[in-house]
Design a protein around this ligand. Structure first.
Ligand code: GLY
Length: 502
């Protein structure tokens, strides 16, 4: 039989377990320094509980397991039911594996020996979960009960708390719930080169899939067919079994619904001539994700109105990226994006008046009610956007920001400006005496069913600037050329000449 040839230029990279050893090492040093600053000994154990498999409601249908993110960060373990510990006196790492019943071998496959997990996950020791109390007591050097540092802290996006490890016998330990979460979260905020390489792969395969979807999009298709093309490409050629989040495949006026694609809005509209598509889809590879949005006309040709809105968002996206470097405040970047969009809408005769006065009335939040972007990594909305005690901005638009931090070298953050015509926001603003004067009421009526445009790239902050990790057609000419059959990355000769021919 002929060997199989992939039409993709990419292949899934080897998964480096050294990445997780490096993450543990980073935590060991940061947390050790933190304990020293508190005047505490560098002893005790960091102890985390991995995720548990879940069934669908009361049935025996098992949902596909995805590891809890902090546990994934430190140990890289893909199986459910594990615990992990790091000895703060030595840096040694210990995994605790579930003791599986004999019939696991019949239904689910070979029961692996502990040595298998020790080699696979490059840890110092592996024991069974029912041995945690005994092992940690034996390993402990200090006086009194061993101290466990457990993970407990707020996720500022979900407002949920992480779940501290719990096991039979935990009452035989002293526990500390306050110190680990902020330090471990900050370790996750600043990516290592090994982490960047995985996020880059997730971006590369997802970028390629977005281009594939763009090329195959046609009037008459269903939104879910675009979703299906993306999922197929990233799984088939990238080995990505998980997505970073539920695909948003919004066309026509659905593209003004910011998180379209959920169970009650399941990407099931038929694409019509003249629609814009807003496709927000990103694959995950070995826990590390991507988050990419492309917007384009489903018939492959931008109208004048579509060009106006699209270019407004693209100019904002590009302005932000060209200003990003360590020390830059993210709230300022959000305001830069808003201002750029308002200026373009004013130049396009959709808005009238003074931009500063519009900003004073927070008009930007009518067109872009979400934040400019968020940290990205093992979670799509990676934690660490607000340091403990930091206050969220309160103004419209700004209050939706998932971070208000200054950029630091090593952060990966999405840049995702958007411009939407959301009747629930627009109509009250057009009637409000404070803001009605800014709208060209005759022109804006044309955009009532337009939906919206979002352009989203994943950007890595370097020592003196940033790198855009997302590689998709962005300029109008590029999108039209690629949808018309030109290769991507584009060659100069693939762009239309002055007579519009390739
Ligand atoms: N791109 C999906 C999200 O940020 O929620």
């Amino acid at each position: 039989m002929d060997s199989w040839t992939s039409p993709s230029t990419l292949s899934p990279p080897a998964v480096p377990m050294e990445l997780h050893s490096e993450n543990r090492e980073k935590l060991f040093h940061s947390f050790g320094d933190h304990l020293s600053q508190l005047g505490r000994p560098r002893s005790g154990f960091v102890c985390l509980q991995g995720g548990e498999e879940q069934t669908r409601h009361c049935t025996d249908h098992i949902e596909l397991f995805r590891q809890e993110s902090y546990f994934a960060y430190l140990f890289g373990v893909v199986e459910p039911g594990f615990y992990g510990a790091i000895d703060m006196s030595s840096g040694e790492s210990i995994l605790f594996a579930p003791r599986l019943p004999a019939d696991y071998a019949v239904w689910l496959g070979e029961i692996k020996p502990l040595s298998y997990f020790k080699d696979k996950y490059m840890v110092h020791f592996v024991y069974y979960t029912d041995e945690i109390t005994k092992v940690l007591h034996e390993q402990y050097q200090g006086p009194g009960k061993p101290l466990l540092y457990l993970l407990h802290g707020l996720n500022s996006d979900s407002n949920n708390f992480s779940k501290p490890a719990h096991f039979e016998g935990i009452e035989n330990f002293k526990t500390d719930l306050n110190n680990l979460h902020p330090i471990l979260t900050e370790c996750r905020v600043l990516k290592t080169q090994q982490e960047i390489a995985l996020i880059q792969f997730a971006n590369d395969i997802s970028s390629e899939a977005h281009v594939e979807v763009m090329r195959k999009t046609n009037v008459g298709m269903k939104e879910y067919q675009l979703e299906s093309l993306f999922l197929h490409h990233t799984y088939m050629y990238g080995g990505c079994r998980h997505c970073s989040y539920t695909c948003i495949c919004a066309t026509g006026d659905n593209s003004a619904v910011l998180h379209y694609g959920h169970a009650a809005a399941p990407n099931d509209r038929t694409l019509e001539d003249g629609d814009m598509a807003l496709l927000d889809m990103g694959a995950e590879y070995h826990f590390y994700g991507s988050d990419i949005t492309c917007s384009f006309p489903v018939n492959g040709k931008f109208t004048e109105d579509q060009s106006l809105v699209y270019d407004a968002v693209l100019r904002a996206h590009d302005a932000v990226i060209s200003n990003m470097r360590p020390g830059v405040n993210w709230v300022d970047m959000h305001k830069l994006a808003e201002r750029t969009i308002l200026e373009s809408l004013k130049n396009g005769n959709v808005l009238y008046g003074d931009i500063d006065a519009m900003n004073h009335e927070r008009l930007g939040a009518i067109f872009m009610p979400h934040g400019l972007g968020h940290l990205l990594g093992i979670d799509t909305h990676d934690p660490g956007g607000y340091l403990k005690g930091a206050e969220r901005p309160k103004e419209p638009g700004l209050k939706a920001l998932r971070t208000s931090r200054e950029l630091l070298e090593g952060m990966v953050i999405t840049v995702e400006p958007g411009c939407y015509f959301i009747n629930a926001l627009l109509l009250p603003a057009m009637e409000n005496p404070k803001t009605s004067k800014y709208f060209n009421q005759e022109k804006i009526i044309r955009f009532r069913d337009f939906g919206g445009v979002r352009i989203e790239s994943d950007v890595y902050v370097t020592s003196d600037g940033c790198v855009n990790m997302t590689k998709v057609p962005r300029e109008i000419q590029e999108i039209e050329a690629v949808m018309g059959g030109a290769p991507w990355p584009i060659r100069k000769t693939s762009l239309p000449s002055s007579n519009g021919k390739f």
